[in-house]
Design a protein around this ligand. Sequence first.
Ligand SMILES: [Zn+2]
Length: 194
Amino acid sequence: MYNMFDMLLKTLHVDCLGKSIDDICSNGFTKVHARNHCAHFVSHVLGIRFGELCGNLPNEKNRGKGGITNGTGATIRCNELYNGLTSRGKWENRPAFADGLLIFVTPAGNVRALLQDGTLGTMGTDERKHVGIYFSGRVYHYSNGGNRVIVDPTVERFHDKFKGQYGRKNNVSLFFAVVPYDVYEPHQDVHNIC
Ligand SMILES: [Zn+2]
């Protein structure tokens, strides 16, 4: 029987793990053009397109052919990804069924105007922010340092890593966002990217 989450997990674990953004981005918006591909990776895998897209900016495919990739590709900015999804908030307030959720990490002060119940809020443009996809206790995400898709075996490991990178004094915190999978049709792009 068709199970979307089984397919998504297979895509992440079998098809994407170890791949670089060069294998993932159909527009060739790669290391040459940007340094941070966390949201870019997540959005290609899930077919998310809003805010700034890799196709709108200079990339390998549109070089010398101005505009031909406009409106194509995937969301590239972590804060636009968080702010663009309607169900979001602190990780401890996530829905009970967590597989397939986006997991964000950033200093707490970079998410403002959370509601009293710890939901919604707006993520700012602090460079210290990162996003991955949560699955069965693990976090799949793009390692900008290693230039490839990796998996952290636990949320704690993922969190600790970024506490170290972003500064332990900065209350580095986790946030979730729900991907409306009925709208985004995961895997749509994946056959030709991973
Ligand atoms: Zn792309």
